[in-house]
Design a protein around this ligand. Structure first.
Ligand code: TYM
Length: 337
């Protein structure tokens, strides 16, 4: 196996505002990886993925800049990490086309995200939504990235990325694309809806009370946690006591992720407490952690030209990596250069 520089890539869709799920499941981990300094880090707003479902143009532009502000406010440093918007680095889409020709229809049809999003109306879904995971594989592999921090819901797509890399290497008799590793760690890999602890917290959920948005003010955050679904029992003293209690487990997980403590420690400290009280503490903790981030986002959004400059510079840095990898890919495939 060839040796690859340890490099992290991950992306977030600008298809709505950032949620607490994105923040705890993805962004805080991106910042930790960046600050550990063990890997080169590339983080991306995936605007081409966002348009696989309809987006109003001005809203998409706003959400892309706001997502960039979210990355910066949470601690992504554009000097330490490469921070980009996908469509500004054309090699993503170019390698995506090659991978459309490597990936098989059957592989795509088995993706649970495709099945969930297309639902019963697959005939009416866009071709882009079907091909979505091939572009995602290109996002990662156009950097020869080796590690991809994501939430649990993206695991299947990373496995498909490995399949695409392996098939490309096999079909062309090369050892060119690395075997990527998903990094899915900690208590926040699957933050659930505040209204239903068996469903993922999602920016596309029509019920706003189901999620905390990074742009929510303190009162809204407190109200959403107060109204969060729970069961009538008090908090248990140990993690086993959360079995079969998805709503209770979710709130405890969120508390643990926000405070940096383990679930066992959170429960030991709150053993026997009623949820009414715990939710108030959780709301206070969430406001303390999130309001500096949302204030900084709002400040950054007052200067969109500066955001655009950061993204232009990120794209230029990214292309130092992606152009040679795409060129080599085209050579391998047999394109005249
Ligand atoms: P997206 O935009 O849905 O979510 C971005 C990241 O946030 C994580 N996440 C969650 N984690 C925990 N609990 C939740 N409720 C929750 N909701 C979202 C996701 O797992 C993800 O890590 N296909 C990707 C975007 C993408 C990408 C890539 C990711 C495109 N290309 C290449 C990694 C590498 C997506 O739709 O994420």
């Amino acid at each position: 196996m060839a040796q690859f520089t340890p490099r992290v890539f991950s992306g977030i869709q600008p298809s709505g505002g950032l949620t607490l799920g994105n923040y705890l499941g993805a962004i805080t981990k991106f910042v930790a990886t960046q600050d550990a300094g063990t890997h080169e880090t590339v983080f991306c707003m995936v605007d081409l993925h966002a348009i696989t479902v309809p987006q109003a143009p001005e809203t998409l532009r706003h959400n892309t800049r706001e997502l960039c502000a979210g990355f910066l406010a949470a601690g992504i440093d554009p000097e330490k990490s490469i921070l980009i918007n996908q469509s500004q680095v054309p090699e993503h889409a170019q390698l995506g086309w090659v991978f459309n020709c490597v990936a098989r229809m059957g592989w795509m049809g088995r993706m649970t995200q495709w099945k969930d999003k297309a639902g019963a109306n697959a005939e009416g879904a866009s071709l882009g939504l079907f091909a979505y995971p091939a572009l995602m594989a290109a996002d990662i592999l156009v950097y020869h990235a080796t590690h991809v921090p994501v939430g649990e819901d993206q695991k299947q797509h990373i496995e498909l990325t490995r399949d695409i890399a392996a098939k490309f290497n096999h079909d062309y008799g090369v050892d060119f694309f690395p075997e990527v590793e998903p990094v899915i760690e900690g208590v926040a890999t699957r933050i659930m809806s505040l209204r239903d602890g068996t469903r993922k917290m999602s920016k596309s959920d029509p019920v706003d009370a189901s999620r905390i948005n990074l742009t929510d003010d303190a009162d809204t955050i407190a109200r959403k946690f107060r109204k969060a679904k729970t069961d009538p029992d008090p908090l248990p003293g140990a993690p086993e006591g959360l079995d079969q209690r998805p709503d209770a487990r979710n709130l405890v997980n969120i508390y643990a992720a926000l405070s940096g403590a383990s679930v066992a420690d959170v429960l030991a400290a709150h053993d026997g407490q009623m949820f009414g009280h715990f939710k108030q503490e959780l709301a206070d903790l969430a406001v303390a952690k999130l309001s500096p981030v949302s204030d900084e986002m709002a400040r950054l959004m007052r200067d969109p030209a500066e955001i655009d400059r950061i993204l232009a510079r990120g794209a230029a840095r990214a292309r130092e990596i992606t152009v040679p990898i795409l060129e080599r890919t085209y050579e391998i495939v047999g394109m005249v250069r």
